[in-house]
Design a protein around this ligand. Structure first.
Ligand SMILES: [Zn+2]
Length: 206
């Protein structure tokens, strides 16, 4: 539901220096936006639906198939040159990895701003990060422009490039920050989604 224009507008407004675009099981849109946007850094990637749960792949050169086991998905992400992140591993209502989190991953999303239940999933993900010695990142998982930036990752790097950022994550030179998206924005998102669905159905019928 986020247009490229909204993406950049809200990312800048929230004070971010870069933003990752990771559509579900689809890479081309993110690559296109990353190529076309000239005045802001977009990190292309995708969110792969493995058979064990969702996995974020950043900076991959080719699409990774869905439906494979977590470890095989991570291997394919690495082969495609990317970074593999165990995203929202302990939330309800999203495909989460739970027991499939392991040290094959480069990083774990310890804060997901749209996670439910929020505190519990942050605590569990931080424990897993310690246990498996994984780099810690945060993301908003925004599906609606105004949600962007409630959680964010600081990256220790000299350069603001996709390569420098993904290398820093590989080396664990990053920290997770942020908070939960206010519930009102999640309600607004659902209203927007329903409006779009009704609009689409109306166009089909006419
Ligand atoms: Zn997901």
């Amino acid at each position: 539901m986020i247009t490229p224009k909204d993406l950049i507008y809200y990312a800048k407004k929230r004070g971010l220096n870069a933003v990752a675009v990771t559509d579900h099981d689809y890479l081309d849109g993110a690559v296109k936006i990353a190529r076309e946007v000239k005045d802001f850094l977009v990190i292309p990637g995708m969110e792969v639906s493995s058979s064990d749960g969702h996995i974020v792949a950043l900076n991959i050169q080719e699409s990774v198939s869905q439906g494979l086991a977590a470890v095989e998905t991570v291997e394919r992400i690495h082969k495609a040159g990317g970074v593999a992140i165990a995203c929202h591993p302990y939330v309800y209502f999203k495909g989460c990895l739970r027991n499939a989190v392991c040290n094959a991953f480069d990083a774990i999303e310890v804060i997901n701003a749209r996670a439910f239940p929020f505190q519990h999933s942050v605590k569990k993900a931080k424990e897993a990060a310690e246990k498996f010695k994984l780099a810690q990142v945060a993301g908003t998982d925004a599906h609606y422009g105004p949600q962007i930036g409630y959680s964010y990752t600081t990256i220790d790097t000299e350069e603001l490039t996709v390569e420098a950022i993904t290398n820093a994550i590989r080396q664990g030179h990053c920290q997770a920050h942020g908070q939960q998206v206010p519930i009102i924005l999640n309600i607004q998102q659902q209203i927007q989604r329903l409006k779009r669905l009704t609009h689409k159905t109306a166009s089909k019928l006419s």
